[in-house]
Structures are given as C-alpha cells and as structure tokens.
Design a protein around this ligand. Sequence first.
Ligand code: XMP
Length: 326
Amino acid sequence: DWTADNVIADQVAAIRAQVGDARVICGLSGGVDSSVAAALVQRAVGEQLTCVFVDHGLLREGEAEQVEQDFVAATGVQLKVVDAREQFLDALAGVSDPETKRKIIGREFIRVFEAAAREVVEEAGEHGEEVKFLVQGTLYPDVVESGGGEGAANIKSHHNVGGLPDDLQFQLVEPLRTLFKDEVRAVGLELGVPEEIVWRQPFPGPGLGIRIVGDVTAERLETLRKADAIARAELTKAGLDREIWQCPVVLLADVRSVGVQGDGRTYGHPIVLRPVSSEDAMTADWTRLPYDVLSIISTRITNEVADVNRVVLDVTSKPPGTIEWE
Ligand code: XMP
C-alpha cells in the first residue's frame, strides 16, 4: 500500500544503507522537492548532513529568507548559506541559449557544492572526513523528461538530472526519484516540513535564469523579480494559489514593443503570464484565470515595473508548449 509513512520508512532505510557513516551535503532551493529530500535525509542520518543554500541571484523575492528562517526552524538542519550571485551572473554573461544556460547553472551549482563540502570538512577539524554524497530532489517526471526514463526523449535537461558535469565528485542520493509531486507533498507534510514550503508552487532549479528570454543581466533579473512578486501577491490575494499548479512570469528581454504612458512614447519589454493547471507537470492546460485578476496584475506590472509596457497571457497547453518558456 502506498502511504507516506511507508515511503518514509523505506527511504530512511535505503539512505542509511547507501551512505553508511559518510558525510552528506544537500542543495536546498527553498522548493518542495529539495526541502522534502533534505528532511528525509535529515531523518535518516541527521548529524551527517549539511544543507547548502546557494543564493545564485536567480531567486524570487523573499526566497532566501524563507529557507533561512522557516525551513531551518522546522527541521533543525545544519545550514550553510553561500552568496554566489556574482559567480553565476559572470558565468551566464552573454548566454541566451536555454540549454546552455541550464548547463552553466548546473555546473556552477556543483562548483559551489564542492567548495562548501571542503569547508564542511575543514570545520570538522582533524576528524574531518570527505563529503561523499550529494542529495538531489529529483522526481520521477524529471527523470523521464531529461531522458533518464524508459523511452523518454530529452526535452529539457533539468539541471539536477541531465545537466551535471561528467567529473562529478559526489555520488547522488535521490530519495524522491520514484515519486510524483503530490506524493512528495504528502511525505513532506508527514515529515513536518512547513505548509508554506510544501504547498509552494514548483520553481525550477535554474530559477529566473530560464524565465528571461535573452541573456541574463542583473537589471533584467530585477525587472522580472518585481513583476513576478506582483503576480504572486495578486494570485495569493485572490485565493488562487492552490487552483493553479504554477504561474511562471517570463520577461521577453529580446522583444520590444511600442507603447504610450503618461504623455510619452515607450519602447519596452513584454511580460508573459503563464498560469497552468496540471497533475504532474508532464502535461498541462492553461488556467482560465478571472479577467479581473488578470487586469489588476497587468495594471500593476505596467505601472510599477520600469521598462515593461505590455503584459500578455500564454494560452497554450502542454503539449505543444512546455510550462517554462526555456
Ligand atoms: P517544463 O517547462 O519542462 O517544466 O514543462 C515542467 C516542470 O519542471 C520545472 N522545470 C525545472 N525544474 N530544473 C528544475 O528543477 C529545471 O531545469 C527545470 N525546468 C523546468 C517547471 O517549473 C515545471 O514545474
């Protein structure tokens, strides 16, 4: 029988068998998957685990704070926070190809983890053993869509599956590899992960980096972060959070259109709203959001976010579109 309790018992045993008494690190993104994976490993081998939160500058507003406060308070994990904003921006400079972005972000993540692992060992002093394992919150659909499953095409290399460097120093621990998102949520609740994290909408590891169509700059990130915060706040206010699977907000940085604001011509960028309904992200339909909510979001974004003069709604299902634009 499938119950969250059974999954937890099985996975705790499997994790203990896999890692023995070695040290483990886990990249925490603040999302459901990595949080639940971390909580499972914490349950299995507590003291051997150090979580690493990488601020890669591609996060949404308020995300870093949520991990640092809520998750640590609920689970008591040992946490290291790394400010890697410059490192990621430098590595992404001038890159607009989506798969190249994913590969670069995956590679930089691993570099940060390797550095963090060395610090963990140093801090442990003379008894410092090498960190052998890296926890990843890979789910079943990620495996399939990255070409790891049977008969699957490589649609996108989710950086936690297809985008890892060949010379990876860690062995992977992937306790969610057979689960779907609703199952992960059930396991998370059972493990005491805070509801705000368990019910968070999915957010991709490469973050806002794959929601800017065009190359990634600090200024564009700032623009997108503001627009995203407005859309999220209004969806929450309208009580729609659990109606929609997720609502990517995308900046078309390479597109400009003419507009008029105040008494002047503008030549700005469009923001795309991509609300979708889905069971598991493998297929999706666009969510029919109420017009009045769309209207408020559009008005606020064009009024409050500099350089954005148009808001458009994506009305494509998956397939043929994917959920993210990149
Ligand atoms: P797509 O765009 O492939 O997205 O329809 C399916 C689901 O996966 C998320 N996604 C990612 N998650 N790393 C991740 O951890 C990635 O590179 C990545 N790309 C897409 C997306 O947000 C959606 O929930």
